[in-house]
Design a protein around this ligand. Structure first.
Ligand code: B1M
Length: 212
């Protein structure tokens, strides 16, 4: 069995020590961190999502799988971030109010850091008011909102409105993402951009701050 299969199976089984051991072994074999992330950890979570949709997995299984993925991700984080050099700008990221999904948001934050952005991570369940306060405090060029639930997408719109009401909308670019989010939704709520995954999020953030 390849190390990627070991990682994949460990995440499916919710086996955090197994996922960590697989990531360590894959790195020792010389596999690129990006490959381990995409073909091992992310591929496994996609399968977890499919099993959940098929009613073969339920919330507890999803949770232990997510924990296994996060534990493998923790080992990759410093390696993925190692590419960073001059700060490209400051980005505030957070998962919107009512939403506790943070794996995708963490990946985006990690990739942004790896591309030289300074990242302030507000965590999950972040209200519009908290985003506004953080923009006033940290003065970022960009805020990045993540939502994984259709029911929490309106929190993105509420945040854009709160920025407008606070008179600071023009000071900051707004980018959004997450599985149910679309480009059309970004336009509808007056965000400056949408990206479907972590690597395109980096390209988008760079274009929003005018970095090549
Ligand atoms: Co939840 N969950 N979940 N869940 N969960 C989904 C999202 C769901 C699609 C599963 C399903 O029904 N098929 C469904 C949402 C349905 C919908 O609204 N359309 C769902 C549900 C219903 C729920 C609960 C309501 C279940 C319940 O309790 N009955 C509940 C809600 C809790 C809450 O948030 N209030 C819930 C709970 C959970 C767990 C806690 C068990 C766990 C989260 C653990 C954690 O995050 N720490 C969990 C998980 C793991 C999932 C699935 C299986 C996987 C999500 C994930 O991490 N994907 C998910 C099913 C699925 O996605 N197929 C599901 C991997 C991750 C790398 O991808 O997050 O999409 P993703 O991020 C990508 C892109 O979207 C993008 O880049 C990332 C990397 O490429 N991206 C951005 C994300 N944010 C971005 C921001 C950007 C740019 C790009 O700019 C700022």
């Amino acid at each position: 069995m390849s190390q990627l299969e070991t990682i994949y199976n460990a995440v499916l089984d919710g086996n955090a020590p197994g996922a960590q051991a697989g990531v360590k072994a894959a790195l020792a074999e010389g596999l690129a961190p990006e490959v381990i992330l995409k073909d091992g950890l992310i591929a496994a979570m996609a399968e977890v999502g499919r099993l959940f949709e098929e009613n073969e997995y339920f919330v507890p299984e999803m949770l232990v799988s997510a924990r296994a993925m996060q534990s493998g991700l923790g080992l990759l984080k410093p390696l993925l971030a190692a590419g960073g050099a001059t700060p490209a700008g400051k980005v505030i990221v957070g998962t919107v109010k009512g939403d506790l999904h943070d794996i995708g948001k963490n990946l985006v934050a990690m990739m942004l850091e790896g591309s030289g952005f300074e990242v302030v991570d507000l965590g999950t369940d972040v209200s519009a008011e908290k985003f506004v306060a953080a923009v006033k405090e940290h003065k970022p060029q960009v805020i990045g909102m993540s939502a994984l639930l259709t029911t929490t997408m309106p929190s993105m719109s509420a945040t854009v409105k709160a920025l407008q009401e606070a008179g600071i909308r023009e000071q900051v670019k707004v980018m959004i993402g997450g599985a149910p989010v679309t480009d059309g939704y970004a336009r509808q709520i007056g965000a400056d951009g949408y990206s479907p995954d972590a690597s395109s999020a980096v390209r988008l953030a760079k274009s929003l701050v005018g970095v090549a």
